[in-house]
Design a protein around this ligand. Structure first.
Ligand code: PDD
Length: 281
C-alpha cells in the first residue's frame, strides 16, 4: 500500500484524512511541485524544493520545514514506497479554517501532503514528436508562482486534448508565453529561443536544465519574447516539463508543420544530453 506524507508523518493511503475546510480545496490557496525520480533517485530534487519554498513565500505561506528537512522527508518518502520510476506530487496549502477570503496566519497551520506515482519515460512521444494548438493565455499574471490555481491550464490543455493535440502553446496577444503545462523552446537560424523567466511563465526546472545543456553543447541561446509568427516560421519547436521531459512539436494544428514536420536535429541533441544526465544519477 502507498504511504503518503502528511506534514511530517507517513500514513497509509487509506488512513489519510484531510479537511474539507482546507483552503487549498476551497480557494486553490497553496502551491505544488512535481518531482521526477529515476531508478530510485531524484532528478533535481533541491532545485524543485527551492522553487517550492519560493512559491510559498511569494503567496505569504510560511513553510514549517526548511530545505534540509524537506529533502529528508522526500528521501524518506521514496524509501517508504517501493516504486523505482515515477514522480512525487506535493502540495502545500495555507491550512484549514472556516471559509473566508481573508486569511489570518496566526490561526492557520500550513498543510503539506506528498505521494509517489509510478511513471515511465515518454520515450515514443519524445521520438515521434507531437502536435500542439495555439491558445490565448488566459491565466493570471503571476505565472512564476507554482500555484494550485490551474484553471487556465486545465481548460487550455483539455481543449488541446479534445482537438487531438498534445499541448496548448499559450500566447498573450502576439507573444508566446509557455505551454499549458510546459515551457516552450524555438530553434531558428542557428539559435535557440525561449521566453524570459518573468512573471508570465513558470521558470521550469527542465527549462533551466536545457539552458545548461545548450551551454554545454555550444548552442547560442536567447531568452527573449517570441512572437507567434516567429514560432510558426521556426526550424524546430519543443516543450519541456518534468514528466514529459523534452517533446518535439512537429505541427501546430490548423497552422502547419514546424520545419520538416519531424523532430529537429538540435532538439534530438538536447534530448540525448538530457538522457545522459538522467543516466548519470
Ligand atoms: N507543470 N510551465 C507550466 C505552466 C507548468 O505547469 C510546468 C510543469 C512547466 C515546466 O516546469 P518543470 O520543468 O519544472 O516541470 C512550465 C507540472 C509538471 C504539472 O503541472 O504537472
Amino acid at each position: 500500500m502507498k504511504k503518503f506524507l502528511v506534514n511530517d508523518t507517513f500514513i497509509d493511503e487509506k488512513e489519510v484524512q484531510l479537511s474539507i475546510y482546507d483552503r487549498g480545496y476551497q480557494f486553490g490557496d497553496g502551491v505544488y511541485e512535481v518531482i521526477r525520480f529515476y531508478d530510485g533517485k531524484y532528478f533535481k530534487l533541491k532545485e524543485h524544493l527551492i522553487r517550492y519554498i519560493e512559491s510559498a513565500e511569494k503567496i505569504d505561506i510560511d513553510t514549517e520545514f526548511d530545505l534540509e528537512q524537506l529533502e529528508m522527508l522526500f528521501n524518506e518518502l521514496l524509501e517508504q514506497n517501493s516504486i523505482e520510476n515515477g514522480y512525487v506530487y506535493t502540495q502545500l496549502t495555507r491550512g484549514n479554517a472556516p471559509r473566508s477570503h481573508i486569511y489570518n496566519k496566526e490561526e492557520l497551520k500550513p498543510q503539506l501532503i506528498a505521494y509517489v506515482e509510478a511513471a515511465t519515460r515518454p520515450i515514443s512521444l519524445m521520438q515521434s514528436g507531437a502536435t500542439a494548438i495555439l491558445h490565448e493565455d488566459e491565466r493570471w499574471t503571476k505565472c512564476d508562482i507554482k500555484s494550485l490555481n490551474l484553471l487556465g491550464s486545465v481548460l487550455a490543455k483539455t481543449k488541446a486534448h479534445k482537438e487531438g493535440a498534445f499541448e496548448a502553446i499559450l500566447h498573450r496577444g502576439d507573444i508566446v508565453t509557455e505551454g499549458s503545462v510546459s515551457n516552450v523552446f524555438v530553434y531558428k537560424n542557428n539559435k535557440l529561443y525561449t521566453s524570459p523567466a518573468d512573471n508570465f511563465i513558470l521558470n521550469g526546472i527542465t527549462r533551466l536544465t536545457i539552458l545548461d545543456i545548450a551551454k554545454e553543447l555550444g548552442v547560442d541561446v536567447e531568452e527573449t519574447s517570441i512572437t507567434v509568427d516567429f514560432l510558426l516560421s521556426s526550424d524546430e519547436v519543443f516543450t519541456s516539463a518534468t514528466v514529459s521531459e523534452i517533446t518535439p512539436i512537429i505541427e501546430i494544428k490548423d497552422k502547419g508543420l514546424i520545419g520538416s514536420g519531424k523532430p529537429g536535429e538540435v532538439t534530438k541533441l538536447i534530448q540525448a544530453k538530457y538522457d545522459e544526465k538522467i543516466k548519470q544519477l
